[in-house]
Structure formats: C-alpha cells, structure tokens
Design a protein around this ligand. Sequence first.
Ligand code: CO
Length: 208
Amino acid sequence: MKILPHLFENNHQWSSRMTREDPTFFQKLTRQQTPEYLWIGCTDSRVPANEIVGLLPGEIFVHRNVANLVVHSDMNCLSVIQYAVEVLKTKHIIVCGHYGCGGVKAAMDNRAHGLIDNWLGHIRDIYRKRREELAAVTDEDERMDRLCELNVAEQVVNVGNTTPVQEAWKRGQPLILHGWIYSIANGLLKDLGFSVSSQQELKQLEAD
Ligand code: CO
C-alpha cells in the first residue's frame, strides 16, 4: 500500500506529460544540469521558484529557508553558493523575498516563538539598523513590506561578501547578484533595482 497515493499519482501524470512533450527530457537531465541562475528564496509554500519564473527542472538551482536569509556562517547556504558559483558557473544569484513573509512578521512582533527566534534575530538586527526609516512608515503592513524589501537588500550584501562570490569577482568570473521581491497577492515579481556585479557596486549598496 502506498502512503500519500495522490502525490504518486500526480507524479506519474507529470512524468508522462513531460515525456510526451519531449521524449528525451529526463534522459538529457541525467547527463548534466547547467542552470544559469541560483535562487535564494523563502520556504513559504506560496513562493515556488520554478513556477514563478516559468523554468523547467535543470534551469534554476534553488536554496530556500525561512525568510530567505544568507547568514555569514550558515554552511548549508554557503555550500550551495560555492557549488553554484564554482562548479555550475551560474551567472546570476537572485535573492527573492516576498511581501507578507511570516518570518519577517514574526521578527517584528514582540511574542516568543521558541527556537526560530534565534534565526529571526538576523531580521531583528536589520530592524534595529533601519529603525529610523521604518519608524517613519506609520501603516503597520507597509512597514512590514518595507522590512521585507530591506531584508532582501541585506541578504544581497551578505551574498556579495561570501568567499565564493568574492573570489569569483577577483578572478573576473561574470556574476551578477539581484534583489527581487514577490507579491503573493498578484503573483508578480519586482526587481528592487540594485543589481551588483562587482566589489565596487557591493560597497555602494552597503553604503546605502
Ligand atoms: Co516568507
């Protein structure tokens, strides 16, 4: 007896459909993956990377965690970045946040949430750094949305400061970092407009 049979049924149908559309699809994938993009996004089930940007398996390398954080000492995320940059030679790293992020929301309230508060402390650090700017936003939802955007900017800076990215730029490997935000309410992505492709541009974003 299969457990969760509907998921296996879905999988079977999906595999058949993909094979019908391209009989060599899975065969080609077994030989290699050459994704041009690394996506660092939130685990939120409403923000599925491949679907949002209309990419097939093999076309985007994905890392997701609560509130799309790039923590300086997170070996999981750092290993993903290293593999993407040094082995897959991805040309773009996209940090994608989303409005209404539960992680950002939890970081802003004054309740205790147990273990995850240690993770969310990284967002509280951003709130403290940007306290003045955020205090000027009187509407609470708007303030949360702004913190979601500031979080993306901060994580792009963190990606830029990782050793694999620093070393890639030093050896002249083309690599562009992007900060995007997704709206669950309408399914649309927005480029936050601070792409970074060099150490110089990174320093500029850090100074903003
Ligand atoms: Co989220």
